[in-house]
Design a protein around this ligand. Sequence first.
Ligand code: PLZ
Length: 438
Amino acid sequence: MIEQKRELVTEIPGPQSRARLARKQAYVADGVGTLLPVFVTEAGGGILRDVDGNSLIDLGSGIAVTTVGNSAPAVVRKVQAQLAAFTHTCFMITPYDGYVDVCVELAELTPGDHAKKSALFNSGAEAVENAVKIARVATGRDAVAVFDHAYHGRTNLTMAMTAKNMPYKQGFGPFAGEVYRAPMSYPLRDGLTGEQAAARAIDHLDKQVGAGNLACLVIEPILGEGGFVVPAPGFLPALASWCTDHGIVFVADEIQTGFCRTGDWFACDDEGVVPDLVATAKGIAGGLPLAAVTGRAALMDSVHAGGLGGTYGGNPVACAAALGAIEEMRTHDLIGRARAVGATMRERLEKLRAEHPVIADIRGRGAMMAIELCAPGTGEPDAARAAAVNAACHRAGVVTLTCGTWGNVFRFLPPLSIGDDLLHEAFDVVAEAFVTTA
Ligand code: PLZ
């Protein structure tokens, strides 16, 4: 494990990184952006080390992916063994145990104790697309309900499902049809209870789409890219029961929230919501590309033989990584660790809010926390301040991320392998950044 210490030996980005950035600009398409162009050579625990020898504290986990930490020991061990044994056969041609082992784990860990089956894919967007395919076949209906501020991916169907235009959708249409957007519960901005917000969304869908036309309702139990909005209690259960009453497949997009991130195996566990289908990716495999759709066995089996798949879906190396990541989660009680990290972050953020009225909201759960910045007393999003604080953190060697429809949400997604000292030091830097940007 690399030394767990923040240390800057050059400005950020340093000269070596800047030279590489020029090479990136010459050879990598401009459409593929980089937020903080330090080129990484090594990472682990709570640290990212770059080519200039700087060590930065990681509060992003590569967007909620390396929840178990970078190069977590069980991931490395299982991946190395799998790499040496074989790298690919294509599960659709000749199967192997790792794929089925991951599906067994998913049946065990996802919400609900009914019989479940899974299909494995490569990316979150692919999982969401396949959940919609399954729901359409199972119901014989076309329409898909999604929510304001939703993020579901960058493929054609998932772009249609994603709410925010820039940078995800601009110029990339026409988009897939039969996707309908309903109002989300957003406690800071709507002041509604979960039941009221659900009634509003249901009325909207009922009148504008018709419950009988909906194949599925797809929702992030806590919004990810849309700003870590936690819906008011009761919102998700009310939507889930409306779906059940009308034969609509309730799909939880747990791609960002899943696998211990929120202090539960899945964010739906918090209110005991049992989705019909769950889409997972990111944290499932400790950094290797793997995604899944898991759901009620009969629902999953409504698709004809050969109807689901893809060359690399459930690649043996990615499956080995997932089995290693899940082992890490169990052995190190990462659910408990996510709760502890969340409590520390909330405490630090509460202190910060007392000093900076620009912080209009503190929200999230477990190791998925955020603050929304608004001009004091107005609710007017302050994206400029979020960007300034973010840049100040980067200059000081802390990798932070923003999100939200208005870009005014500052989010924290530390790897659960981070130590308490580093976590506190990172929040000292965040606090300092609020002072220097005031
Ligand atoms: N659903 C809830 O958070 C990915 C996107 C980063 P893929 N979020 C990070 C970016 O700008 O591309 C995400 C998510 C939720 C689906 C996805 C899509 O997952 O693995 O990026 O396809």
